[in-house]
Design a protein around this ligand. Structure first.
Ligand code: NAI
Length: 333
């Protein structure tokens, strides 16, 4: 089988290091598909990327046909079929939100333009680097010849965190939990929603009510514990581990691409809005999605109750504010 060209930015960083070996082992695209890896770094990260490439060689992965490292986006994205945009500028001490958005626009704008110029016609792009949704929007706006639907941002980690919390609360296997949705922004405003979720085929809210002594108590637990814990899980990991989420972020990236490219069950991903659920058009917002292998599509026919509407709107408002901030900096039209 022909090798698929995957470009990873930030390949010398922590998530890059966790991700590369799983891709090369065939976990992202399956055990039949060879991969060609292109690693993009800034000059300061090149040695770390080179070191990772040496270790990839030492693993002698049968599916890994080639590894190239570059600090030039046009070289690294040449012929790219799957782009994993992980490298980003972290928030420095005292940095304002506008400065963070501008610094990242300086990365994701040129990378989007390079993708538009040199990537494969069928390229699919996932943004992991934060602020992920707005970085994806900037990259997408810089590549007008690539259909906007091909740009996605990672909220699969939030989705998996939600499933993990529910499995623990219900004493269930994560495999039996279905239909969880993460809405909105990959930030503390996100809304993990269980109103359409099931556990072993039964409404999850019923199972939760049984455990917590009624529907009101179940909803109180969702509002007071579940939603904030999932939304702030990243901060909790930093506090406990002394470092941000790495292996779980890499795992979610593997699963995000896998479900997109190979198809699968309903999950959550940030994709471009065409106005579904009243989300303003053009925003890259997390929705319930499915894919038949040809790319994520929003599942657009689910009912939204009043509580969910309020929580979705709060996160969407933040996405609108980020887009406005980027526009006012002259970065987006
Ligand atoms: P890290 O700091 O260890 O690595 C980032 C790497 O990107 C560095 O090696 C850096 O040199 C490189 N880089 C910076 N600018 C670049 C550019 N213009 N081109 C290519 N490479 C560039 O960070 P880590 O832990 O790997 O995280 C990466 C990003 O992922 C961060 O923005 C983090 O906030 C985000 N993240 C997103 C999650 C999500 O669920 N969407 C979850 C966890 C992290």
């Amino acid at each position: 089988m022909r090798a698929t060209t995957i470009t990873l930015t930030g390949a010398g960083g922590q998530i890059g290091y966790a991700l590369l070996f799983r891709i090369a082992a065939g976990e992202m695209l399956g055990p039949e598909r060879p991969v060609r890896l292109r690693l993009l770094e800034i000059p300061a990260g090149m040695r770390a990327a080179e070191g990772a490439a040496l270790e990839l060689q030492d693993c002698a992965f049968p599916l890994l046909s080639d590894v190239e490292i570059s600090d030039d986006p046009r070289t690294a994205f040449d012929g790219c079929e799957i782009a994993l945009l992980v490298g980003a500028r972290p928030r420095g001490p005292g940095m304002e939100r506008a400065e963070l958005l501008a610094a990242n626009a300086g990365i994701f704008g040129p990378q989007g333009a390079a993708l538009g110029d040199v990537a494969d016609d069928a390229v699919r792009v996932v943004t992991v680097g934060n602020p992920a949704n707005t970085n994806a929007l900037i990259a997408q706006s810089s590549a007008p010849d690539i259909p906007p639907e091909r740009f996605t941002a990672l909220t699969r980690l939030d989705h998996n965190r939600a499933v993990g919390q529910l499995a623990a609360a219900l004493g269930a296997n994560p495999r039996d939990i279905d239909g969880v949705i993460v809405w909105g922004n990959h930030s503390a405003t996100q809304y993990p929603d269980v109103s359409h979720a099931t556990v072993a085929g039964r409404p999850l809210i019923d199972a939760l009510a049984e455990r917590r002594g009624g529907v009101d108590a179940a909803i109180a637990w969702l509002d007071a514990e579940f939603v904030p814990r999932v939304a702030r899980r990243g901060a909790e990991i930093i506090e406990v581990r002394g470092s941000s989420s790495i292996a779980s972020a890499a795992h979610a990236t593997v699963e995000h691409v896998r479900s997109d490219v190979l198809g699968g069950f309903r999950t959550s991903a940030a994709v471009v809005s065409h106005g579904e659920y009243g989300v303003p058009e053009g925003l890259i917002c997390s929705f319930p999605v499915t894919s038949d292998g040809s790319g994520y599509r929003v599942v657009s026919d689910l009912g939204v109750d009043e509580r969910s509407r309020r929580l979705i709107d709060a996160s969407v408002d933040e996405l609108v504010a980020e887009r406005e901030a980027v526009r006012s900096l002259g970065i987006l039209p």
